[in-house]
Design a protein around this ligand. Structure first.
Ligand code: CA
Length: 235
């Protein structure tokens, strides 16, 4: 099976906290997954059976049936990978200590990047479709070569050291050349849930990025500032 022909893996998210559910769905879609959501335990159980997801993110405290029950009921006839989302205050210990049948658990609050890494790892391990189909592994633009899997950027044969968000920002630009994005759009797309700053955060990261990918960072030709609008990557 090749990544190009495989359908995107389907992820079911069961979470009753509306803003977290929204953020999870947003980030999973951005990673290329098909997302199904429920905000009650009983709905989640029904969807899990109907939709046959490749992976489930399951909150513990849920209206209807709680996540631990949902997990146990699913385990009677399914080995779908399950990551429990636990709150503080002993819930994590309870899930970890109990024989819930979950594959992994994430104590809240958690970083989206870490959760996405665990989702990828579990999907890989479960032998579901190996990678979401979000394009080629290596993206090349001029003398820049970006390896998404190894998270490595090579320019003119030299490996560039990048902070995680610099890397994600560059990758985002490479995937959307010739389009203008406002700072807010960039924050939403690149930072998403992990965001804790202001539009200035984008400016700072772009300044760092320019120092690495521009011949003359003071006169950038790759990452251009579009006055009053935002930024554009020439590609
Ligand atoms: Ca909850």
């Amino acid at each position: 099976m090749t990544a190009a022909t495989a359908a995107a893996p389907r992820v079911l998210v069961v979470e009753d906290e509306e803003s977290l559910l929204f953020t999870l769905a947003h980030n999973l879609k951005r990673e290329g997954y098909t997302v199904v959501t429920a905000s009650r335990g009983d709905d989640g159980l029904r969807l899990a059976r109907e939709q046959k997801p490749d992976l489930i993110l399951l909150d513990v405290m849920l209206p209807g049936i709680d996540g631990i029950q949902v997990c146990r009921m699913l385990r009677r006839d399914s080995d779908v990978p399950i990551i429990m989302l636990t709150a503080l205050g002993g819930e994590s210990d309870r899930v970890a200590g109990l024989d819930t049948g979950a594959d992994d658990y994430m104590p809240k609050p958690f970083g989206m990047r870490e959760l996405m890494a665990r989702v990828r790892a579990l999907l890989r391990r479960s032998g579901a479709r190996a990678q979401p189909d979000t394009g080629p592994t290596v993206v090349i633009s001029g003398d820049l070569q970006v390896d998404r899997e190894r998270r490595e950027v090579v320019r003119g044969g030299k490996v560039l050291r990048m902070k995680p968000k610099e890397f994600e920002l560059l990758l985002f630009f490479l995937q959307h050349p010739g389009r203008v994005f406002s700072r807010e759009q960039i924050l939403d797309e690149v930072w998403g849930y992990d965001f804790y700053g202001g539009p200035r955060t984008v400016d700072v990261h772009i300044r760092w990025l320019r120092q690495k990918v521009e011949d003359d960072p003071a006169n950038p030709v790759r990452i251009r500032t579009i006055r009053g609008s935002g930024y554009l990557f020439e590609g």
